[in-house]
Design a protein around this ligand. Sequence first.
Ligand code: ADP
Ligand code: MG
Length: 257
Amino acid sequence: MDVEIDGLSVEFSGARVVQDISLRAGSGQFVGLVGPNGSGKSTVLRCVYRALRPTAGVVRIDGDDLPATSARESARRLAALPQEAVAEFDFTVAEVVAMGRVPHQGALARDTDEDRRTCAAALDGVGAGHLAGRGFLTLSGGEKQRVLIARALAQQPRVMVLDEPTNHLDIAQQLEVLSLVRASGLTVLTALHDLNLAALHCDLLHVVDGGRIVASGAPHDVLTPALLAEVFGVRAHRVPHPETGAVQLLFDRLPAQ
Ligand code: ADP
Ligand code: MG
């Protein structure tokens, strides 16, 4: 299942914060959006998970325009982890994960045995089965993120959209969260703050600056010292990862002009 963003623009009170963005995440691809704070990444993703209606352009999932698809149908295809997802859920972990089943249920339906099995498998799959009875609010940041991934997996979508899913996590948790998402095999579109994590995990990167895509391609081709100086204002040295050969970056300040 693929996601196609075509000519997307977003204005807030006349100010254009996303300008004519087009990109595609092919079936099973892990696609990253990187860019400085305020460049428009979250705004693009919010249009994809229908929290925001674009001023122009369309988002298609498997060829179907999103506005033409019911909210329920699009929730069966696509699950989202928004940037500040952790709205105060005063629920148990099991209840939070069960919310992922709602798009598959009738109006007044109760959870079926199959729903319960799907939720338990999703929680076990992220190594959080032991947390089922805990209050969501009592969890650490990493545990919350794992539970929200389990909720997204219980939704049985084909596409996952994530907005900086590794924020506030320690390094082990950051690596774990991205591995879990990768292991799902779903089509993934994610904003990522950390360029080295993006380089390790993404098949394809789009660099967003000032609401436009300024570079696209494989991490190795996109994360050049010239682009990093231009877009992020840093001096970057490229080093191959000693085991995988993936491009990794060391940063310095740009010399004073
Ligand atoms: P990023 O996720 O790359 O940090 P955002 O998409 O959150 O960037 O924001 C892009 C720009 O749009 C910023 O200048 C931000 O202040 C502005 N913006 C985002 N949402 C709104 C809104 N609801 N109203 C007005 N401006 C907004
Ligand atoms: Mg953002």
